[in-house]
Design a protein. Structure first.
Length: 304
């Protein structure tokens, strides 16, 4: 099977037909939450209890541990600092380069968060995150515990630090990203992963300040389901997709209309992805026990 599956010829404006898909690192356990920062890729290696760092050095690629801790989604705040959705800690934190963590959200109305999963930052500094609870469903990517709260999407106010609910009608809210102009918020529901016949789609919401308007289904994923999301500068949505079997695992690229433009096939399910490199034109894909990368003919949206 060709690495690039074309559903619409427009996908060649985004990915060259002969673009090389590189496996840049392997031997990991469960990769998630990649984010490009300061010439390096940071990503979660969840069961190994660390945020790892990949970078290209003059002598060759280097893979090291950035800090310890069992996180999932990662992003940057407006000052370029690392923010982590923590599975084991069941919280959202700001992570300093020396490993020191500042807790930004840990409870809601006196109850512990389930286990924050993915996280994005808006240009006003507000932090938006999902809390589906995968980290408390076993010991593989967290610690087994009882759910104290419904599975929701939250916002942390940049001024007061208060946490509010912005969406509460998901089965398992997962990956999320803003459109380039931040007028839309895309959120994945991976309910099918634990509820037979449950949702496996991407929804899109209009953003009204600190609230979300009424949503609609942007794209259905079948077989398998989407996980992490990113938008490019033109509003195309790139979704990590897995658990669908041969020919489905990898990355799906959708036009802003929701039309599937094409798929980048990978030998492992893709949990999350990000734009990086010096021009933000390289797509990094966290997939199973590996990291993959491909150069594109587009660049990521300017939001982290």
């Amino acid at each position: 099977m060709a690495p690039l599956e074309v559903r619409d010829p427009h996908v060649h404006d985004l990915v060259a037909p002969d673009a090389a898909i590189e496996r840049i690192a392997g031997g990991l356990v469960f990769t998630e939450g990649p984010v490009w920062r300061g010439g390096a890729l940071l990503f979660s290696d969840i069961p190994n209890n660390r945020i790892a760092r990949w970078r290209r050095r003059p002598e060759g690629p280097e893979l090291t541990t950035f800090v310890t801790g069992m996180s999932n989604g990662l992003t940057l705040d407006r000052q370029g600092r690392v923010l982590a959705a923590e599975h084991y800690g069941r919280r959202v934190t700001r992570v300093a380069d020396d490993g020191t963590r500042t807790v930004l959200a840990e409870h809601f109305q006196g109850k512990r968060l389930n286990s924050p999963n993915d996280i994005v930052v808006k240009s006003d500094g507000s932090i938006w995150f999902t809390d589906p609870g995968y980290g408390i469903m076993g010991h593989y990517e967290g610690e087994e515990a009882e759910f104290e709260l419904p599975r929701r999407v939250y916002r942390i106010d940049p001024h007061s630090g208060a946490t509010t609910v912005v969406a509460d009608d998901f089965d398992r809210p997962n990956g999320l990203c803003f459109s380039p102009d931040e007028s839309l918020l895309y959120i994945v529901d991976t309910g099918k992963s634990h509820t037979p016949g449950g949702p496996a789609h991407i929804r899109v919401f209009p953003v009204n300040g600190d609230r979300l308007g009424e949503s609609r289904v942007f794209a259905e994923i079948d077989p398998g389901f989407a996980d992490g999301l990113r938008a490019d500068r033109d509003g195309n949505i790139w979704a990590g997709v897995g658990w669908g079997g041969d020919g489905q695992d990898g990355v799906h690229c959708f036009a802003p209309t929701g039309e599937l433009l094409g798929r980048i096939h990978l030998p492992e399910g893709c949990a999350n992805l990000c734009f990086g490199g010096y021009r933000k034109s390289r797509l990094f894909m966290a997939a199973g026990q590996s990291l993959y990368a491909v150069y594109l003919n587009t660049v990521g949206a300017q939001t982290p």
